[in-house]
Write a protein that binds this ligand. Sequence first.
Ligand code: NAD
Length: 426
Amino acid sequence: MSETGSRIAGFHSLSPEERLDAVTRRSGLGNEGKSHLIEAGSALVDLADHLSENVISTMNVPLGIATNLIVDGEEVLVPMATEESSVIAAVCNAAKQCRDTGGITATWTGPQMIAQVQILDMPDPEAAKQALLDRRDDIKASCDACDPMLLKLGGGFRDIEVRVLDTRIGPMVILHLIVDTRDAMGANAVNTMAEKLAPHVETWTGGKVKLRILSNLADRRVVTVQGVWRTETIGGEEVRDGMIAASAFADADPYRAATHNKGIMNGVSAVVLATGNDTRAIEAGAHAFASRSGRYTALSTWNKTPEGDLHGVMEIPMAVGIVGGATKVHPTAQASLKIMGVTTAERLAKVAAAVGLVQNFAAVKALATTGIQAGHMRLHAQNLAIAVGATGDEIEAVAGAIVARKEIREDAAREALEQIRSGAGG
Ligand code: NAD
């Protein structure tokens, strides 16, 4: 067998250790890299091998705790999994500044997901649409029969929507199955329903069913979060008005809105990942929702209250679960739920959204005042120190030296490390 190239026959049937050996032989990983992957993955590699494919190790991301948050009057410690520096510190800081007004309050629409069924090649699309509307009860029966557990828990089929969509290849009929998925994210649950229904749909419409898959635009599973920060707490009217101006900028400009929303997702995705939920599903839903008016805009809005304080509000789709997917089987996900004291998908969705709003407060405040680099640079300097080989006490020493010199660059970090090691830098 060749020891180069990306074709490795039978790779999937090897054990994770054998796969890692094979990759080591064919790549520049080296023994040091291999040892690291063994060590990083050792605790969870068997679980990982079941969660994903061709597993050789695990990718560990820092898991930190955001403190100070109150959501709907209840204190909550929030585990956040993120590799980005300053994100967790920002939540702690921003959450502290709204404790005196009671923290964040949240409402939600309930846990309804949408599965889409695409129907092509009908003789009469409008007649096909009507045929599906007439079969609502049969559709409900078929969907509910798929998931007795969900039904028992009070979830299951809720409704249908049918549209004739004009596309560049002609008309197609799109059926939406609206399903209450309770404490599950629900992708597998609704996909199963859509697949099982497909043959009946073909019979009823005379068409051909193609795609059967949930929509990540979970606009029937939306959380609204809001909070008030006192003007005196955040540093005065100039800070407040700067933040409102930043919010208006993000409302009006998609270039700014993309970054504004990225900051929100720094918080949201870290909670989603810490709980074993699907970060891509949440990200896709958030950005699609941000475009629902036809123009991409900010997910959150900052304004002045009648009392002159700062009010932030955000609506965001939040398709997270506490059962299903990796949430139930990953011990870190389970530990995260326990740390939060979360026992329902509703509470998890509200906490994740609250973290998004609080994160957004921190970023917008920093941008509207000192800029974000001051806060970022200390941690970035530490990352640079590690990247050039500093260990132990050297990390702080190198970071301190390059911050003091305002030269937060890799070459400066290398030079500082050399000086420290030669005794010249202290
Ligand atoms: P799942 O099928 O593993 O679990 C859901 C099932 O658990 C329900 O159907 C129900 O039978 C049962 N259940 C037990 N207790 C429940 C409770 N309290 N509330 C609700 N259901 C309960 O998982 P899922 O949530 O249907 O799917 C989530 C997974 O699907 C994620 O891993 C996601 O990554 C993946 N996925 C996502 C997409 C996408 O987002 N486009 C597509 C396909 C798959």
